[in-house]
Design a protein around this ligand. Structure first.
Ligand code: NDP
Ligand code: 2IT
Length: 452
């Protein structure tokens, strides 16, 4: 058995109840095979074995009181995966599905993603099985305070810097930062995604959605084309999806889908800037459901209980570009085959691990440009890194400055992924390239430290 197979096997047996983590490790390790012969120093120092074991995993009780004065108990997580190249950095997810497997897979992905951004950030992730849906602002506030009451002792601007993810946006970051500041008595850059009034960066809300679109544009450019006139399918209707819709539309593409966990809207006339304003108000202010899109735009169609990828398959919708921006494992092998059949030329992952391993293989076998999450959605954490820099310098850059840095970073990730793919015999394979480039940077740092 090869060393890589042994590492995968060990994770499968040690962490057998963690399917998402096993999936993420398998995806990365499979693509690292070409690094083994070229880097005996990594093999000797057991970097491959060491990198799949988090530095530490913190699991804690989060008790809080709901509006009926009933005590509720949730489970909180922070997995500090690896800080070889900088302070731990990564988002917090609030969703009923959150468990150790999901937080570990996200932390592992974050490690390589952050290495690709060119900025000095290690990898971590956290969250809770708390479901913000249907909760009052006061309940969300009490929960986030209770969560921070434990988390604060594990984080810090030079230790670990959390941010948003599913279920954590501006409101939650405000409460989390406010409570941290209160109990620690420090106004530091301990969280990113903050409001502009208290240390946030311009363009951070836009960064992941804009970044995934910039990345897809770079991929399209390698085939001499761009977003002009392209039909684009986007899943989700949260932070990442919204700003992907905005940027794709600005670049001349036509977005025909958005979704939430209840169903899908298909608007073949295109979800333009005006319609997007409606969606943003619906999702972020009124906290409504995407089905309500039809109250305002009745010419669109709604498919309840389905995903964007189900609907493309069942309705045979033509799609040039697909940007999954909802959640993990939303694109199965069947969905991938249907996308290929319906004309897709480019898939860029806004969400983390939205494609099953078999789906990725189908895209690659059919010469679809495939941009893996850790490269394509790195714009969010990259601008978080820029927020940390601005906080440390005690100044703030203009939106033009931040957007131009974001664009440069996405270009550089695209280039680094292609170069690493070519150097390790996987020309044109963005998945292998991104994993190898991210890994090499972290591995070199780990090697420099000796055995710690
Ligand atoms: P939001 O909470 O803002 O939005 C999530 C969207 O996805 C919502 O429309 C939600 O629907 C939908 N969704 C979530 N879970 C499921 C599910 N299990 N099945 C179907 N739909 C679902 O989160 P973000 O936009 O921030 O995150 C989306 C993805 O992007 C995640 O994978 C996240 O990890 C990734 N990401 C986020 C970054 C960021 O900066 N925020 C950076 C990089 C990646 P509903 O409203 O019904 O829950
Ligand atoms: O998955 C991700 O990269 C994020 N949720 C953003 C993390 C961050 O620290 O900005």
């Amino acid at each position: 058995m090869s060393m890589i197979d042994e590492v995968i096997q060990k994770v499968k047996s040690k962490d057998k109840d963690q399917p998402e983590f096993i999936q993420a490790v398998t995806e990365v390790m499979e693509t690292l095979r070409p690094t083994v012969d070229k880097h005996p120093e990594f093999v000797k120092a057991k970097i491959y074995e060491r990198i799949v074991e988090p530095d530490r995993m913190i699991i804690f009780r989060v008790p809080w009181e709901d509006d009926n004065h009933e005590v509720q108990v949730n489970r909180g997580f922070r997995v500090q995966f690896n800080n070889a190249i900088g302070p731990y950095k990564g988002g917090l997810r609030l969703h009923p599905s959150v468990n150790l497997s999901i937080v570990k897979f996200l932390g592992f992905e974050q490690l390589f993603k952050n290495a690709l951004t060119t900025l000095p950030m290690g990898g971590s992730k956290g969250g809770s099985d708390f479901d913000p849906k249907g909760k009052s602002d006061a309940e969300v506030m009490r929960f986030t305070y209770a969560f921070m009451r434990e988390l604060y002792r594990h984080i810090g601007p030079d230790t670990d810097v959390p941010a948003g993810d599913i279920g954590v946006g501006g409101r939650e970051i405000g409460y989390l930062f406010g409570y941290y500041k209160k109990i620690v008595n420090e106004h530091t850059g301990v969280l990113t995604g903050k409001g502009l009034e208290y240390g946030g960066s311009l363009i951070r809300p836009q960064a992941t959605g804009y970044g995934v679109t910039y990345f897809a544009a770079e991929m399209l450019a390698t085939r001499g084309t761009d977003f002009g006139g392209k039909v684009v399918a986007i899943s989700g209707s949260g932070n990442v999806a919204q700003y992907a819709v905005e940027k794709v539309t600005q670049l001349g593409g036509k977005v025909i889908t958005m979704s939430d966990s209840n169903g899908v809207v298909v608007d073949e006339e295109g979800i333009n800037a005006e319609k997007l304003v409606f969606v943003m108000d619906l999702k972020d202010v009124r906290r409504g459901r995407i089905s309500e899109y039809l109250h305002k735009y009745p010419q669109a169609k709604y498919f309840g209980g389905k995903s964007v990828w189900d609907v493309i398959k069942e309705e045979s919708l033509h799609v040039d570009v697909a940007l999954p921006c909802a959640t993990q494992n939303e694109i199965s092998e069947d969905h991938a085959s249907a996308l290929v059949k319906n004309g897709v030329v480019c898939v860029a992952e806004g969400a983390n691990m939205p494609s099953l391993l078999g789906a990725i293989k189908i895209f690659q076998d059919n010469h679809v440009l495939f941009g893996p999450a850790k490269a394509a959605n790195a714009g969010g954490v990259a601008v978080s890194g820029l927020e940390m820099s601005q906080n440390s310098m005690r100044l703030s850059w203009t939106s033009e400055e931040v957007d131009s840095r974001l664009r440069d970073i996405m270009k550089s990730i695209h280039k680094a992924s292609l170069e690493a793919a070519e150097a390790y015999g996987r020309k044109g394979d963005y998945l292998a390239g991104a994993n190898i480039a991210g890994f090499i940077k972290v591995a070199r740092a780990m090697l420099a430290y000796g055995i710690v």
